[in-house]
Design a protein around this ligand. Structure first.
Ligand code: C2E
Ligand code: MG
Ligand code: MG
Length: 632
C-alpha cells in the first residue's frame, strides 16, 4: 500500500462521518462510523447489493439502500433521513456521490445531524403517536434547517432500526374485501351469492378472495352448464417464487400483508367474467370460463393475461418501509372438453406450474399433451438410467482449469458423461435431472467421488500431479443432503491416500434454499477434513451476495452467462468486476467459466480473475486426454 493510501485508510477509520463505498451497486467497504450508525458490522455491510433485496438484511440496511436508490433516482446529492431505533430517533444527513470513470462507483457519506435545542442527536417525536402508520406522510422532524427532510419515520417493534419513506403512498390503495363480493356478483351473470353464504368456507379470510372450495364449485357448475358447448375455458395457477423466504425472514405477519397486496395486484388484471381464488399459502388460481372460442384463441388470451399478471406481481410491494420484489410461476390448463373434472383440471394447472418452476421459475407453462408425453418418455429413460447405474455406463470427463495470468494448469473439474449401450454420449443436462428426481444421483455421486480420487492417485503415481492442483467435483443439493456423503468422501480419500486439499467441491446457490444453518454445519465438517468449496454458476441465482457472506467458500465460479458476453457487453463486464471486488473482500479465489476466446481472457486478466476454464483452452476431455495435458 502506498503511504497515501495508508493515510486515507487511517482518516476513514477515524472519521466522524460514516462512509460506505459501492462498486456496481455492491457495497465493498465501510468505515467504523458507518457501522456504528447502521448498527451492524463490516461483514454485514460488505456485499449488500442495491439491486437485490436481501431478505435477511437488517432493517437499517434495507432502509439505507432504499434511501440511496431513491436519492440516485431523484438525482439528489444531499438528503436527510431519520433512523429510528427503539425510541431513539437520529437524524442523518446523507450524501451520495458518483465516482469513477463510468460513474459506476458510489461514495455514500452519513453524518449525524445535531439539532438546535437538543443536546444530543436524538429527536423527540413530535406526536405521541409518532411511529404509527397514520403518521406516514407527515414530517416527523421538528428540524427546519437547510436540508430537505424527505423522510418520515415509523417504528417497527424491538430494537430494529428502520427508516420509512412515504413510499406507502405510491402503493396501490388496498381495496376492501367487499369488492370481491361485488366482483362475484358480476361473474358471468351465472352465479349469485347471498349474504348468508358461509364466508369461512367460501372466502379466504386473509385476502377476502374466493376459496378453493368456491372455485371448485364454480368450475363444476360451469362444466355442467356448458356441456356440449365449444368454448374453451382456462385455469391458471399462480405460485409466488421463493415466498417462503419472506415468511422465514420477516415473519408471518409481513408475509400475510405481502399476500394481501399481491391479491390486490392480481384482481385488476381480470375482468368480471373471471374468478380469482386463493388456494393456499402463496398460490392463487384464476378461472376463465370463456378464455376463447377455441383452444388456440384460449391459449393466446390466457398467455396475454398471464403475462400481465406476472408484470403486476413483479411491481415492488412496499410494506413498513421495505420493498419486496416478487416473481411468480404460472401454470395454465386449457379446458376445451367438458369431460374433465374440476379436480383433474386443477391437477393439470398444477403440473404446468411445476413445469414453469422447473424451467427456472418466473415463467409461464401450459399443460398439454406434450408435457404428459415427456413425462412418459422420462419414465422410459429412467428405466434405462437404472440399468446404466448397474452396468456402469458412466464416464468422468475432466475440463482443465488454467491460471489466467500465466496459463499454468491448475487442475480441472470432473464432469459426468453417460455413454450408453449405443455408444451415444449423453450430456448432464439430459440425464442429471432424472438422476436427481429418481434419487439415483446419490449412488452415481458416490461413484464420481471415488473415481475422482482414483484418478488423482494415478496422476500422483505417474508423477504428473502437482501440489497446487485441485480437482473440482460437483455436488447437487440432494447429494449434499445425503447422510452418507461425509463417510464416502473420507473413505475415498483414505483408500486412495489422497490429500483432501486436492478436492474442491462445487455447489450451487440452490443448496441454500432450504436450511442454511445445516448447510453451513455440513460444509464446515467437510472443510475440516481439508477439502475446499466453490460456489458454482455464480451470478445467475437468487440473492447470491447474501449467501456468499454466510457460507465458508474458498472459490467462486462466475457463470458462463457473464463471461460469454464480457467483451461486447459493458453490463456483463460490470457484473464481473463487482463480483471480483466482493470476492476480494471475502478472500475468495475466482474462476471464470466458459471462456471461449482470447479477447475474453484478456479482459479477465485486466480485471484480476485467478483461473478459468472453457473452450479457449479445452472443453471437458476423457481422462486419457487430460493425462496428456498434465504430462505436457
Ligand atoms: P457446471 O458444473 O457449471 O460445469 C460447467 C459446464 O460448462 C460443463 O457442462 C462444461 O462442459 C461447460 N463448459 C465449460 N466451458 C465451456 C465453454 O467454453 N463453452 C460452453 N458452451 N460450455 C462450456 P456439462 O459438462 O454439460 O455439465 C453441465 C452441468 O451438469 C454442470 O455444470 C454441473 O452442474 C452438472 N454436472 C456435471 N457433472 C456432474 C456430476 O458429476 N455431479 C453433479 N451433481 N452434477 C454434475
Ligand atoms: Mg461445476
Ligand atoms: Mg458452473
Amino acid at each position: 500500500m502506498s503511504s497515501k493510501e495508508e493515510l486515507y485508510k487511517v482518516l476513514l477509520e477515524n472519521s466522524p462521518y460514516g462512509t460506505l463505498f459501492f462498486a456496481y451497486g455492491i457495497c465493498i467497504d465501510s468505515n467504523p462510523k458507518a457501522q456504528e450508525i447502521l448498527g451492524c458490522d463490516k461483514r454485514t455491510l460488505q456485499g449488500i447489493s442495491l439491486e437485490e433485496t436481501g431478505l435477511t438484511e437488517p432493517l437499517a440496511v434495507a432502509a439505507i439502500k432504499q434511501e440511496i436508490t431513491s436519492s440516485l433516482a431523484e438525482g439528489l446529492g444531499d438528503t436527510t433521513w431519520q433512523l429510528v431505533d427503539g425510541d431513539k430517533r437520529e437524524t442523518i444527513a446523507l450524501n451520495v456521490q458518483r465516482l469513477g470513470e463510468n460513474r459506476s462507483e458510489l461514495l455514500v457519506t452519513l453524518t449525524p445531524v445535531r439539532l438546535s435545542g437538543s443536546a444530543d442527536t436524538t429527536v423527540e417525536p413530535e406526536h405521541p403517536a409518532a411511529g404509527s402508520s397514520q403518521q406516514l406522510g407527515e414530517s416527523a422532524s421538528p428540524h427546519s434547517g437547510s436540508e430537505t427532510i424527505d423522510s418520515f419515520s415509523a417504528e417497527i417493534g424491538g430494537d430494529a432500526k428502520l427508516v420509512e419513506r412515504p413510499v406507502t403512498e405510491k402503493a396501490t390503495k388496498p381495496a376492501g374485501p367487499g369488492n370481491v363480493i361485488d366482483k362475484l356478483g358480476g361473474y358471468g351473470g351465472a352465479r349469485r351469492y347471498d349474504a348468508d353464504l358461509d364466508k369461512d368456507i367460501y372466502f379466504d379470510q386473509l385476502t377476502g378472495l374466493p376459496s378453493r372450495q368456491l372455485l371448485i364449485e364454480t368450475i363444476r357448475q360451469h362444466q355442467e352448464e356448458t356441456a356440449g358447448g365449444k368454448v374453451c375455458a382456462a385455469l391458471m395457477l399462480i405460485d409466488l417464487d421463493h415466498f417462503k423466504d419472506i415468511n422465514d425472514s420477516w415473519g408471518h405477519d409481513v408475509g400475510d400483508q405481502v399476500l394481501f397486496k399481491v391479491a390486490r395486484a392480481i384482481e385488476p388484471m381480470i375482468d368480471d367474467t373471471a374468478m380469482v381464488a386463493r388456494m393456499s399459502g402463496d398460490e392463487f388460481m384464476l378461472f376463465f370460463p370463456y378464455a376463447g372460442d377455441d383452444p388456440e384463441q384460449g391459449a393466446a388470451n390466457a398467455m396475454a393475461t398471464a403475462t400481465s399478471i406476472k408484470e403486476a406481481v413483479a411491481q415492488p410491494i412496499f410494506y413498513d418501509g421495505n420493498e419486496f420484489i416478487l416473481t411468480a410461476s404460472v401454470g395454465i390448463a386449457l379446458l376445451s372438453d367438458h369431460e374433465t373434472s374440476a379436480e383433474r383440471a386443477l391437477q393439470y394447472a398444477d403440473t404446468a406450474m411445476y413445469e414453469a418452476k422447473r424451467k427456472g421459475r418466473n415463467g409461464i407453462a401450459f399443460f398439454n399433451q406434450s408435457i404428459a408425453d415427456k413425462a412418459q418418455r422420462q419414465i422410459g429413460l429412467n428405466a434405462r438410467l437404472r440399468k446404466a447405474v448397474d452396468n456402469q455406463e458412466f464416464a468422468l470427463y475432466i475440463q482443465p482449469q488454467v491460471d489466467v495470468e500465466n496459463g499454468r494448469l491448475m487442475g480441472g473439474e470432473a464432469l459426468l458423461r453417460w455413454v450408453n449401450a449405443d455408444r451415444v454420449t449423453n450430456m448432464p443436462s439430459e440425464f442429471i435431472p432424472l438422476l436427481e428426481s429418481s434419487g439415483l444421483i446419490i449412488d452415481v455421486g458416490h461413484w464420481v467421488i471415488r473415481t475422482a480420487c482414483e484418478y488423482i492417485r494415478n496422476f500422483i503415481d505417474e508423477g504428473i500431479w502437482e501440489d497446487h492442483m485441485r480437482l473440482g467435483i460437483n455436488i447437487s443439493p440432494r447429494q449434499f443432503n445425503d447422510p452418507q456423503l461425509i463417510d464416502v468422501i473420507e473413505h475415498s480419500l483414505r483408500s486412495y491416500e489422497i490429500n483432501p486439499a486436492y478436492l474442491n467441491f462445487e455447489v450451487t446457490e440452490n443448496l441454500m434454499i432450504e436450511d442454511v444453518e445445516s448447510v453451513i454445519k455440513k460444509m464446515a465438517e467437510i472443510k475440516a477434513l481439508g477439502a475446499q468449496f466453490s460456489i458454482d454458476d455464480f451470478g445467475i441465482g437468487y440473492s447470491s451476495m447474501i449467501y456468499l457472506k454466510r457460507l465458508p467458500f474458498d472459490w467462486l465460479k462466475i457463470d458462463r452467462e457473464f463471461i460469454h458476453n464480457i467483451h461486447h457487453d459493458p453490463e456483463s463486464r460490470g457484473v464481473v468486476e463487482a463480483i471480483l471486488a466482493v470476492s476480494r473482500q471475502y478472500g475468495l479465489h475466482v474462476t471464470a467459466e466458459g471462456v471461449e476466446d482470447q479477447q475474453s481472457l484478456e479482459i479477465l486478466k485486466t480485471v484480476g480473475c485467478d483461473t478459468y476454464q472453457g473452450a479457449h483452452f479445452s472443453m471437458p476431455v476423457s481422462v486419457d486426454r487430460f493425462r496428456e495435458y498434465l504430462a505436457a
